[in-house]
Write a protein that binds this ligand. Structure first.
Ligand code: NZQ
Ligand code: ZN
Length: 381
């Protein structure tokens, strides 16, 4: 077990009926909020009405920044920064999924920085401060509601890169499982795949394979993702399953599930971000394509040990190949694509995808070669 620091300052307010609590929490940080949301799902499921009423009741004025795209884009982040500055916003309220929260984090940091916000994503500058951020999560998947990272696509450069900094941890995140009852089936699948991806990246890339407690946390959270998702797909109104999924996805990427590991990296994410940057596909869908292929590559390169351990604990399988098949079959069962062609990506594009992924891998300090990335992608063809 490697030495580590673990800190997570985000306060979670969890449970049904809690969305209005965002008002009093936001009022502790300021008087004028930038209210960030996406394409309108929050207007259909009552979250918008509840958040705006709560802000008004608590004396927090707000200006709206709607229209965040899934896979949020830099141009819209820049618009948000301008709006926050022009209207004198002293805090941000984000209501939606990971894209809305990520764009809000970028705006929060960009509003406190004199240069261009993309500097944080391409490694030119570090994030020192940010406007305080409050979130109402409506899609369990990314963990953004309780972590210090954000992902934005520079649409001119076709780069989907990330920025990180302690100032980006939300102050408070409200997690009301009832807000997820309106999720389309495809987003349920995407969220499940993403949460599993967060669990497996560090587990499979750690240089230290004797970290029993974290291995067991990963196993338990992975079992919970799979069991909750199966219940949700069978009965979308199953509150207990929605609640379990929501908290599990948060725990999968809030720092807990990698404590004590060493030398970890996020190769599946780097390759997926290239797919999203080039084809604008959903993050979870891209991961469902990449992960089975990467596991096959990992098995050749690193041997069966981790796959056997994970497979036995999570799927009740006996060997590494069966564990990979179990992942793939769960993704299919949830309705996610598991091959490039199923996601509409031609195999002829593999060199272009690999080239794009390598740029991010370099940013993230990974030493994959172009041939290795192409090998993984060929296994997804
Ligand atoms: O835009 P609206 O109308 O809100 O609709 C959204 C969107 O179309 C919809 N939706 C969200 N909650 C809903 C709902 N529809 C009905 N009912 C609800 N309750 O779902 C669609 C997808 O939303 P999005 O926010 O894009 O999904 P997700 O939460 O999966 O976020 C994906 C983004 O997060 C990044 C991904 O790369 C991607 O850009 N990630 C962020 C991470 C982080 N900050 O730590 C880590 C992840 O690995 C990931 O990279
Ligand atoms: Zn992810």
């Amino acid at each position: 077990m490697q030495n580590f620091n673990f800190v997570n300052p985000t306060r979670i307010v969890f449970g049904k009926g809690n969305v209005p609590k965002i008002g009093a929490e936001a009022a502790k940080a300021g008087r004028k909020a930038l209210l960030v949301y996406g394409g309108g799902s929050i207007k259909k499921n009552g979250v918008y009405a509840a958040v705006t009423a709560a802000l008004k009741q608590n004396g927090v004025d707000f200006v709206e920044h709607p229209g965040v795209k899934p896979n949020p884009v830099l141009s819209h982040v820049r618009e948000g920064i301008k709006k926050a500055l022009a209207d004198g916003c002293d805090l941000i309220v984000a209501a939606g999924g990971g894209s809305v929260i990520d764009e809000s984090k970028a705006i929060a940091a960009g509003a406190k920085y004199s240069g261009d916000v993309w500097d944080f994503f391409c490694g030119k500058a570090g994030i020192k401060e940010a406007l305080p951020l409050f979130t109402v999560l409506t899609l369990p998947a990314t963990g953004s509601e309780m972590n210090s990272g954000c992902v934005v696509t520079n649409e001119e450069k076709a780069q989907k890169y990330s920025a990180h900094g302690a100032a980006l941890f939300p102050r408070v995140s409200v997690l009301d499982p009832e807000t997820t009852l309106t999720l389309p089936r495809a987003q349920v699948a995407n969220g499940a795949v993403d949460a599993l991806a967060h669990l497996i990246e560090s587990y499979f890339t750690t240089a230290d394979r004797d970290v029993a407690v974290t291995d067991e946390i990963v196993h338990a959270l992975a079992r919970s993702v799979i069991a909750s998702t199966r219940r949700i797909l069978k009965d979308p109104a199953d509150y207990a399953a929605r609640a379990s999924m929501m908290w599990t996805a948060t725990l999968a990427l809030n720092g807990l599930a990698s404590c004590g590991y060493g030398g970890t990296s996020f190769p599946n994410h780097a390759i997926e971000h290239s797919l999203s940057a080039l084809y604008d596909i959903a993050h979870g869908a891209g991961l469902a394509v990449v992960m089975p292929a990467w596991f096959k590559w990992h098995l050749r390169k690193a041997g069966p040990e981790r796959l056997e351990k994970f497979g036995a604990a999570v799927f009740g399988t006996k060997d590494a190949g069966a564990a990979i098949a179990a992942f793939e079959s769960f993704f299919r069962e949830a309705g996610a694509p598991v091959r490039l062609s199923e996601a509409g990506i031609p195999a002829a594009d593999i060199p272009r995808v690999a080239e794009n992924a390598l740029g991010l891998m370099q940013m993230w300090g990974m030493s994959y070669t172009r041939a290795e990335v192409e090998e993984v992608l060929k296994l997804a063809a």
